[in-house]
Structures are given as C-alpha cells and as structure tokens.
Design a protein. Structure first.
Length: 353
C-alpha cells in the first residue's frame, strides 16, 4: 500500500465507524477499525490473546504486571467478567483454544513459574495449577495434535519446553531440552504428514525445531538472531514459520528444509518483540511484526512489500491474531504493551488486488 497520504472516517447506518485511507500508490482502502483500547489505568500488558466464542463473539485476554488475567469485550471496551486471579507476580504468557464446537479455553503462564488454565467465559480455573517450570514462563502456545486433541506447550527462563494436556491438567509428553540459556518463545507449526512440531528460540537467538510427541529435535537449527516466532499451516498445505529478529527483520522460513523463503521490509528500530501469520480471505499469506519501538508492520510474504504500518506510540510486548472465518468476519489483530491493549479488525487487507 505504501505511505498513507489521507485518512477520513464516517459512521455507517448501524452506528459503526469506518475509516478510509488513500495511499501514495493510488489505492483507497476501507477499514473497520473496531478499536477498543482497554480503559486508562490498566497498566502495562505483558501478554495478549484473542479468542472467538459462541456464535462469533470476540474476547480479548490480557495479562499484566499485577498478576491478573483480564478478559475483555473489545468492541465495547469493557471487561467481560471479574479478573482471573491466581498468579503470584506478573502474567507473562497467554494462549487460547477455540472452535470445533467447544467452549474456549485460556492458558496463562506467570513470573511465578506456574501455568493455569481458565474458562474465560465463566471466569474460573478448569484444572489445578500446572507446575514444573523452575523459573518464569515466557511463552505459551495452544495447538492440537493430528487427532484434534488440544495441547499446550510452555517455555521460559529455565530452558525446557513442557507439554500439557489442558483438559486433564497434567503433562502430555516428554520434556524437551529447549535452550540452555533460557527459551524466550515457543510456537506450533505443522511438520510432515500434518503432525505438529514446535519451534523455539532462545536468548542466544537460535531457532530449534521439535517433535513434541516423540520428544526429540526434528529439523535443522535456523540461524538467528531470532526474538519472536509464529507458525502457520493448513491440512495438506506447506508449513511456514515467521521469525522476528533482533535487528528488526521480519522473515518467513520453511521449517522442514530450514530455508528462508521471504523477507518483509520493515522500519523497526530495534528487535521485533512479537510476530503473527495468517491467511487472508483471498488466500494471501500475511505476516505481522511488532516491536519495542511501538510500530506494527503487516506485509504480504510473497512480495515482501508492507501493506500496513500502525504506529502505536509505545512498546508492544505481545500480539495475537484471529484469522478471518468462513462467515466473512475479518482478521482481528490484538496488541498489548506499555500503554494497555487494543484490538483492530483488519477488513481492508482481505480485498482482492
């Protein structure tokens, strides 16, 4: 899209606000911002997760330095229930499951080294705290095995990656070694035959690939310096791993071959703190990166050209994306950081070229 030269807003008949942007490339795009920042006074947000529930409803979960997990109605900008209390210290990781006709689940990891699983709609824990980490939990990813069973992987300062069954509240596989100097990020990505793999990056910047069900390393070590990860894949599709770098780079990798397949141009000043990847309604694979500089870049990986840049004005510490669904609801980008959290509907990025 290039630089935005003009921006305008108007109200629809149903009361929603739309934005229009005119770019230097001559295109005009319409956006449904659906932005609802969390109320002032919330404090810094260290982790964020977006979930769909019920008949397309949207929930935004945030974890903060006060040890609370809060669940929000991002359209109305208000809390959907009382805070979820249990962690002793900051909440540093969030992950969620949704879809397949089941109610959503939310997992949180904290500075206290515990992992907790919640019913975000009912506002209560579903299993006892999951214990095993010997230090703060820095990252969590929710995924499913090839039989559709929900699983949770968590990693943190102690290095190992732990695999959990969130429905039964117990470990679900062998502990993976992770990184000796601590594991800062973990994500799921399809491996061969659609079996789930995990990708991790350590404070040394390296990226390692794991077969969590067999408890062993699965692929080549990818060069760094990596700071953030996100996986993508569809049944029978080609897996992709998005990597954010300490140098502000944003790239896409084939995790099976260990080959970098694309790089998106960014203007990040410093490391990329969070990444996300999803498919637009017209089949394009989109990549987002957010940094401590407060900039969020969204680009198309095939061309490497940025489509959208959002300047948030404060450091971003966490990001989550809900992809567009079959009912035409657009992708939702949720970000959290020093100034709180917000959700943005990215309806304009799905338009055919």
């Amino acid at each position: 899209m290039g630089p935005v030269r003009r921006i305008a807003g108007w109200h629809r008949r149903d009361g929603r606000v739309l934005l229009a942007t005119a770019g230097a490339d001559g295109t005009v795009r319409a956006w449904d911002p659906s932005v609802a920042p969390t109320p002032p006074g919330l404090g810094p947000v260290a982790a964020v997760a977006a979930l769909r529930h019920g008949f397309g409803g949207l929930l935004l979960a945030t974890g903060g330095d006060d040890g609370m997990v809060r669940v929000w109605d991002p359209v109305g900008g208000r809390e959907a229930g009382p805070p979820l209390a249990g962690h002793r210290g900051a909440v540093t990781a969030l992950a969620g499951w949704h879809g397949r006709g089941q109610p959503p689940l939310l997992a949180s990891g904290g500075q206290d080294g515990t992992v907790r699983v919640w019913d975000p709609v009912g506002g209560a824990p579903t299993v006892p705290p999951l214990e095993g980490h010997a230090g703060p939990v820095r990252s969590a990813v929710a995924f499913r095995d090839n039989a559709g069973r929900p699983l949770l992987a968590t990693a943190g300062d102690d290095g190992p990656v732990r695999l959990w069954d969130p429905l039964r509240g117990r470990e679900a596989g062998p502990v993976l070694p992770g990184h000796a100097d601590g594991t800062r990020a973990v994500t799921a990505v399809p491996g061969p035959d659609d079996c789930p793999w995990l990708a991790t990056c350590g404070w040394d910047g390296s990226v390692r690939l794991w077969d969590p069900l067999r408890g062993r390393e699965a692929g080549p070590v990818l060069p760094g310096p990596a700071t953030a990860l996100a996986g993508f894949g569809s049944p029978g599709g080609v897996p992709r791993l998005a990597v954010g770098g300490a140098d502000g780079s944003l790239s896409m990798w084939d995790p099976v071959t260990g080959r970098r397949v694309a790089q998106v141009s960014t203007d990040h000043a410093g490391e990329v703190a969070a990444v996300a990847v999803w498919a637009s309604p017209d089949g394009r694979l989109l990549l987002a990166g957010a940094g401590a500089d407060g900039l969020v870049t969204v680009g198309e990986w095939e061309t490497g050209v940025p489509l959208l840049r959002l300047a948030l004005g404060s450091a971003v510490r966490g990001m989550s994306v809900l992809p567009p669904d079959a009912k035409g609801r657009p992708a939702v980008l949720a970000v959290g950081g020093a100034a709180g959290a917000a959700a943005v509907a990215l309806s304009g990025l799905g338009a055919p070229r």
